[in-house]
Design a protein. Structure first.
Length: 258
């Protein structure tokens, strides 16, 4: 926890004159990601299915970043730490600059039907896994000292409840609170921590099949979230300058219905 002395020091540092002019502001979307330079910058995405996670990975790869993808099955403490260590050893000349946690276990059940195991599954998928992932990524970022971004995919359940979502909402609320605390602790150390509230249905083949949509069709515009469009938000957050960081963002379709 920051002390009054720490807060006073931060205020004093803000008043130290800097005679160097601000650099040119690049057009939107043209900034490099915060942290190591592009050629040395590793982007780790944990939670890569055929939808959002894959779109995020492709978006960063299209900008020339080295992208490491970890499956949702890696959402265990020991497996996560080992996986991140393997990424670092595979590219020893590069540094982790952006780490994205996109995993969760969606437990949907009536409150009276929940048991300890179902609650634990949800907590493990969001809080426990997110905690291990953040520690492993932060270890690398603090070691190389060039800054970076930690971005967590959250859910609207973290800020408002709904029937049959008690376990999922509790876990996502915990993840959100963890992000807020990390942002306070590591922001002064040049590490951007952001939480993205995803509010609405994400378009996928599974969702199309569930609603009985005809083969080859898609949902109407504005009704659901489209992964390739969504992925640009994660890139935008990773590109932000330390003088204007977004710590939480609410992403939803025009006709959200949750």
């Amino acid at each position: 926890m920051s002390s009054s002395a720490d807060r006073a020091r931060n205020r004093i540092e803000l008043l130290v004159p800097n005679l160097t002019p601000h650099g040119a502001v690049a057009p939107l979307g043209h900034d490099a990601c915060h942290g190591p330079m592009t050629s040395e910058h590793i982007v780790i995405v944990l939670g890569v299915g055929p939808g959002l996670g894959l779109s995020i990975a492709r978006t960063f790869a299209s900008r020339g970043y080295t992208v490491a993808i970890l499956s949702r099955s890696k959402a265990r403490l020991d497996a996560i730490r080992t996986a991140v260590a393997n990424v670092r050893s595979h590219w020893p000349e590069r540094r982790i600059g952006t780490a994205i946690y996109n995993a969760s276990i969606r437990v949907r059940s009536g409150f009276m039907d929940l048991d300890g195991e179902k609650v634990k599954q949800s907590v493990d998928g969001s809080i426990t896994g997110g905690f291990a992932f953040a520690q492993a990524a932060l270890e690398s970022m603090l070691e190389h000292g060039r800054g970076g971004s930690l971005i967590f995919t959250g859910a609207t359940s973290s800020i408002r409840g709904r029937e049959n979502f008690a376990a999922f909402a509790a876990a996502k609320s915990g993840l959100r609170a963890m992000c807020q605390s990390m942002a306070k602790e590591f922001g002064p150390r040049n590490i951007h921590v952001a939480h993205v509230i995803v509010d609405g249905l994400i378009e996928s083949q599974q969702a199309l099949d569930f609603f009985g949509m005809p083969k080859g069709s898609r949902f109407p515009d504005g009704g659901v979230l489209y992964p390739p469009q969504m992925a640009k938000t994660w890139l935008f957050l990773a590109q932000q300058h330390p003088g204007s960081w977004t710590h939480e963002l609410d992403l939803r379709p025009a006709k959200e219905h949750f």
